[in-house]
Design a protein. Structure first.
Length: 299
C-alpha cells in the first residue's frame, strides 16, 4: 500500500489564509506565558510597567480581534517536508492570493514594496509572501507561518567570522548586535542564532530558530548550553523590557548549527520582537489539510 502523502497548493493556501488573521491578533500561548513569567520576575522595575502594557495589549488584541502591532509584517511561509511526502513544484502557487485576501479582509496593514531599490511603491496587498521549503528526515509535513515586522528584521545581522574567532567571537558578535540594536526590536525578544552553513543559508537558520516554542531547549546538549550562556549574557545587560531597564531583555535565545567550510564561521542573528506572531501546522493525510499545532504541547 502506498503511504506517500501529496501536499497540494490548495492545502497550503488554505492554512496560510486561515492563519494570518489569527496570528496577527493572538499571541501564541508559549509567548504569552513567557511574558507573564517575565512580569513576575521583574518586581517593580520600569520594565515591569512595559510588560504590564504588553500583556494588556495582547489581551485587548485577542478580545477585540485587532492587530497586536500596527506593523503586521511580511508573511514568511516555510514548508518542512519529510521523506514520505510529495511536494509539487507549484506548491506555493496560490499562497500569494491567500495572503492578499487575508490581509485585505482582516484590514491588516500592507507593508511590502514592489522592489527594494527601483520601485518602492506599496504592492497594496502585502504580497509577495516569502516562501521556503526545507527537507527533513522526520516523517510527515509541517507548515510554518510567521508574520515578521520590519523593526526586528532591521535589528538583525549576518557576519562571516574567521574560524579562529571561535566561541568568544560568536559571543562578542551576538552581544555587540544586542547592545546596538536590541532596543529597536521591541524587547523582550526571542533571538534566533544561526552558526554554520554558507552565507545564504545561515540567515535562514537563524530565522528558523524563532519557530521553536519559547522555553524549549535545543536537542543537542552543547547547543542547549550555548543558548543558556547567551540568554544569561543578554539579560545581564540590564536593558530589560522596552530597553527601559530590568531583568528580561530576551525571553529566549534559540541556536541552530550546521557544518561549514574550513575557512568560514558564518553567523546570523535574527531578532524576534515581543509580538512573536507565528503558527505551525501538521499535515493530516486523512483529510488532506493542515492542522494547527499547539505551541505549548507540540500536538
Amino acid at each position: 500500500m502506498d503511504t506517500t502523502k501529496l501536499i497540494t497548493k490548495q492545502a497550503v493556501a488554505k492554512a496560510v489564509y486561515e492563519a494570518i488573521p489569527n496570528i496577527a491578533c493572538v499571541l501564541p500561548c508559549d509567548v504569552k506565558r513567557s511574558l507573564a513569567e517575565a512580569r513576575k520576575a521583574e518586581g517593580e522595575s520600569r520594565g515591569a510597567l512595559v510588560l504590564d502594557q504588553l500583556l494588556e495589549n495582547a489581551e485587548i488584541a485577542e478580545r477585540d480581534c485587532v492587530p497586536i502591532c500596527q506593523d503586521t509584517g511580511t508573511c514568511w511561509v516555510c514548508l518542512e517536508a519529510g521523506p514520505d511526502v510529495l511536494v509539487p513544484g507549484d506548491v506555493f502557487a496560490e499562497t500569494d492570493d491567500a495572503v492578499a485576501r487575508a490581509y485585505t479582509e482582516a484590514l491588516l496593514r500592507k507593508s511590502v514594496v514592489r522592489d527594494a531599490f527601483f520601485d518602492r511603491t506599496n504592492t497594496g496587498d502585502n504580497t509577495p509572501a516569502f516562501t521556503d521549503i526545507h527537507f527533513s528526515k522526520k516523517p510527515g509535513c509541517r507548515l510554518h507561518v510567521l508574520l515578521k515586522g520590519g523593526g526586528s528584521d532591521n535589528a538583525s545581522r549576518v557576519v562571516m567570522l574567521p574560524p579562529g574567532a571561535g566561541k568568544r567571537g560568536i559571543l562578542n558578535e551576538v552581544m555587540d548586535c544586542v547592545r546596538h540594536k536590541a532596543a529597536n526590536a521591541c524587547p523582550p525578544l526571542v533571538i534566533g542564532v544561526g552558526i554554520g552553513g554558507t552565507f545564504d543559508k545561515v540567515a535562514g537558520m537563524a530565522k528558523s530558530a524563532l519557530l521553536r516554542p519559547v522555553g524549549s531547549s535545543a536537542k543537542d546538549e552543547r547547543t542547549a548550553e550555548l543558548e543558556n550562556v547567551l540568554l544569561d549574557m543578554v539579560n545581564a545587560t540590564g536593558m530589560g523590557p522596552g530597553a527601559l531597564g530590568g531583568k528580561t531583555l530576551a525571553l529566549a535565545v534559540h541556536v541552530n548549527t550546521a557544518p561549514c567550510h574550513i575557512a568560514a564561521l558564518p553567523l546570523a542573528i535574527n531578532m524576534g520582537c515581543s509580538a512573536m506572531r507565528r503558527a505551525t501546522f501538521e499535515f493530516n493525510a486523512q483529510t488532506g489539510e493542515f492542522e494547527r499545532v499547539d505551541t505549548e504541547t507540540g500536538e
